[in-house]
Design a protein around this ligand. Structure first.
Ligand code: ATP
Ligand code: MG
Length: 767
């Protein structure tokens, strides 16, 4: 029996266990190995090189290469280049690039169906000799007419009566170029009354006097997909020919060709899976080509396109795409995936990886009148709950820029940022109070004059002043100008059809953003989180030292951050036009509006979350039910609007109840579990349907807040890292985050971060 092992590295890291349960393709593959039908698994990814690959292809790549890797077989990259008029080498390069970028390797060289043209032709001759194929001379229209309909059988062409010799002669002359396009075709002789219309004497070869990008003018007849594909698979020794559902009816031809030719065993079999569809996205190369050629976007790698090149340029990581493909799984029925799920995957990946820095997109100058000179703040790149260390020098001075909408002269009640009456913290720096608002003749605010409190510095604040939020800023004299490209969905329609559905606001370029000096880098392939704005990527093509250019990868919005350090910003005026999850904005009905008002005013929900809930009756009912079990409207709203909403979209019965969600949130509120562990528990609830308390107990996930239990872990971390302790004591205070991170890691995320922070601080004072 063949031994094989599941390759665990392909599964997502902890957040989705779906891949652990085998999909139907892997089940088939395992059975075939166990029964001895095949000794090695060979798959192939067979694109037609007539456009750049998109995320649907990524799914197919993950399936084909993933299965080969899991079962220690191999996967071929094969260009299905049987249509000379649309294909091009630049698409071949893009396909190679996509596969490599996703981390897969094809076996040996790239294959081309065109390399098999001589062999495929020989097989055609063989079928003719067997009396199983004939040259037909009906024109295209007649062929269609003779085929019949689903209800009526077709009629066979009179040319089907040609004898073998005549067929051989005509085929040979077709090949030599003696006929014009469309004059003859080669057809399989199967059954003109077959229920499966595809079996009504399908075309095998057609004449096409066109230059092929690889074979040049050597051929003027080209094999049809149905003939070339199965034979190419066979020639390569493919075992499992995996394709999308629309080829289901072609399977009969696939089998017919291989069976009639009595090819030696083992031979390949075709299996179909559901195509990936994503809302707000088009995924056909034809439509993508239209966008590119019509200059509706800027080339195939435009960051708004769902092409792999587009995601790459935008700053998506290969890991996030793999994780997405893993999460959506492999199904037999077509369905639509919410684009929010892809966005979740990239956000989730970058959260753990990238440094946090500051960038002001819409600058408003603030002069701090009681501050003289400048200083350099050592600011950590990562928050406490990200187990990474590092910091940068952040210059602070008398003149800074803040975001224009972080100041309001006449704020609404729930505005937490700077106002004439409300102080605010400058992230990593001091607390600021507004003293004067300077305006131009039009009444536009041009400057804020403010004061700061010298004893309010972040990390050593003894001022006793309370603020409700922290805002980002950059020092005017040290900031660098940058171009920032903000992207919205390319289509404003959930199920876009054509150009009329394009979102006219999908690209917004900000020419005069300011970034702190640490952001400017010579390195390529760098990503940052711009605090409170989202994740950004240094554009790999347009970025220059003179004009740094950043692409927005995805926004923030971590629904789980219960007590966010920085409250969610108010929706900007233009943001109100677009709800975050669904994209299309119709005006709210009266009932929806009442709910929205109650959510924002009474429950204190932010506008985005309130919007999502108010507009969806199912969600708002669920939310209402959770509220009857726990009095924690904000936390409950976050989880319902995000996690529960995601599950509801799958349209499978929910495995958890409103009561259980309330129970989970209560555990967070009571600090029984951390928000991080809560995610893990939720994922488990989704899969197993277990009660959250039971999961926490069974898995021992209770948050550790007891200093007596935490101290030994801290001691161990301190003892094991003498070098870092020495560096810390020599003044490298950034290492504080390192120690905290280590402790959290060792407790498998269970340690209460607030308590660990206090204890580590205490401990380091006395080492
Ligand atoms: P398109 O319709 O976008 O032009 P296609 O099916 O013509 O795509 P091919 O280049 O022929 O594209 O496809 C290569 C492989 O990728 C095929 O096996 C195909 O089934 C698979 N594939 C294409 N689109 C998707 C998708 N949306 N989801 C999953 N697999 C896909
Ligand atoms: Mg195709």
């Amino acid at each position: 029996m063949v031994k094989y092992e599941l390759n665990k590295s392909f599964t997502s890291k902890g957040f989705s266990n779906m891949s652990e349960s085998k999909d139907f393709l892997r089940t088939i593959v395992e059975e075939d190995l166990q029964s001895g039908k095949y000794h090695e698994i060979i798959t192939r990814f067979p694109p037609e090189p007539n456009g750049f690959p998109h995320i649907g292809h990524a799914k197919s790549i993950c399936i084909n290469f993933g299965i080969a890797r899991d079962y220690k077989g191999h996967c071929n990259l094969r260009m299905d280049d049987t249509n000379p008029t649309t294909e091009d080498m630049k698409y071949v390069e893009a396909l190679k690039d996509a596969v490599t970028w996703l981390g897969f390797e094809w076996a040996n060289h790239v294959r081309f169906a065109s390399d098999y043209f001589p062999k495929i032709y020989d097989y055609a001759v063989q079928l003719v000799k067997m009396g199983k194929a004939y040259v037909d001379s009906l024109n295209e229209e007649e062929i269609r007419e003779y085929r019949g309909t689903i209800k009526e059988a077709g009629r066979r062409s009179k040319f089907a009566q040609r004898c073998i010799e005549e067929n051989l002669d005509l085929l040979e002359r077709m090949r030599k170029g003696e006929f014009k396009d469309g004059e003859h075709v080669l057809r399989a002789k199967i059954d003109m009354s077959a229920a499966n219309m595809k079996m009504r004497d399908p075309l095998l070869y057609r004449i096409r006097h066109a230059h092929h990008f690889r074979t040049g003018d050597e051929w003027c007849i080209y094999p049809m997909y149905d003939f070339a594909h199965c034979l190419s698979d066979y020639i390569e020794g493919v075992t499992h020919s995996i394709c999308t559902l629309e080829f289901e009816n072609n399977r009969e031809i696939y089998d017919w060709v291989l069976d009639e030719l009595e090819l030696k065993l083992p031979r390949p079999y075709q299996y179909e899976f559901a195509r990936l569809g994503i809302n707000y996205t088009v995924m056909s190369k034809r439509k993508l080509l239209e966008l590119v050629n019509g200059n509706y976007v800027h080339g195939w790698d435009d960051p708004r396109l769902p092409t792999i090149a587009g995601y790459k340029r935008r700053g998506y990581t290969p890991e996030s795409i793999l994780n997405f493909c893993d999460q959506i799984g492999i199904a037999k029925a077509n369905s639509m995936v919410d684009v929010a799920q892809l966005e979740f995957c990239i956000r989730d990946d970058l959260n753990q990886k990238v440094p946090r820095v500051m960038c002001v997109l819409d600058p408003l100058k603030v002069t701090i009148e009681n501050y003289a000179g400048e200083e350099v703040i050592d600011a950590s790149y990562y928050p406490h709950d990200v187990p990474k260390v590092g910091s940068r020098k952040l210059p602070f001075s008398r003149e800074i820029y803040i975001e224009r909408d972080d100041f309001m002269e006449n704020p609404p009640q729930d505005y937490y940022r700077l106002t004439p009456k409300q102080s605010v913290r400058l992230k990593h720096a001091y607390i600021l109070t507004c003293k004067e608002v300077v305006k131009d003749a039009n009444g536009t605010i041009t400057e804020i004059k403010a004061v700061y409190y010298p004893d309010s510095k972040s990390g050593e604040d003894t001022s006793g002043i309370k603020t409700k939020s922290a805002i980002h800023w950059v020092s005017v004299n040290h900031a660098k100008k940058a171009e920032v490209r903000l992207y919205e969905r390319l289509y404003s329609n959930e199920a876009p059809d054509g150009l009329e559905d394009l979102n006219p606001n999908s690209l917004h370029i900000i020419k005069n953003a300011f970034v702190e000096p640490a952001v400017i880098t010579e390195k390529t392939d760098v990503r940052f989180q711009f605090e409170r704005q989202g994740y950004f990527y240094a554009d790999p093509i347009d970025y220059t030292a003179e004009l740094p250019v950043f692409n927005k990868i995805v926004g923030l919005k971590d629904s789980w951050a219960k007590k966010a350090e920085v409250p969610e910003p108010m929706p900007k005026p233009e943001a109100k036009k677009r709800p975050i999850v669904e994209g299309v904005v119709a005006p709210m009905g009266d009932a929806e509006q009442r709910l929205f008002d109650q959510y924002t005013k009474e429950f204190g929900l932010n506008h985005e979350i309130a919007n999502i809930l108010a507009r969806d009756a199912q969600l708002s009912d669920f939310y209402k039910e959770t509220l009857s079990f726990a009095n924690s409207p904000v936390s409950l709203a976050n989880i319902v609007a995000n996690e529960v909403a995601r599950e509801l979209k799958l349209e499978a019965p929910l495995k958890f109840s409103a009561k259980e969600i309330a129970e989970l949130v209560t555990m967070i509120d009571e600090e029984t579990i951390s928000t991080k562990i809560a995610k893990q528990v939720f994922e488990e609830m989704v899969i197993s349907g277990e009660n959250p308390t039971a999961i926490v107990e069974a898995k021992g996930l209770t948050q550790i807040s007891d200093p007596a239990k935490l101290k030994p872990i801290i001691d161990e971390v301190i003892t094991n890292n003498p070098d870092n302790v020495a560096k810390y004591q020599a003044g490298n205070t950034n290492l504080f985050g390192f120690f905290v991170g280590q402790v959290l890691k060792r407790s498998a995320g269970k340690a209460n971060p607030t308590v660990v922070n206090e204890l580590v601080q205490e401990k380091l004072k006395h080492v």
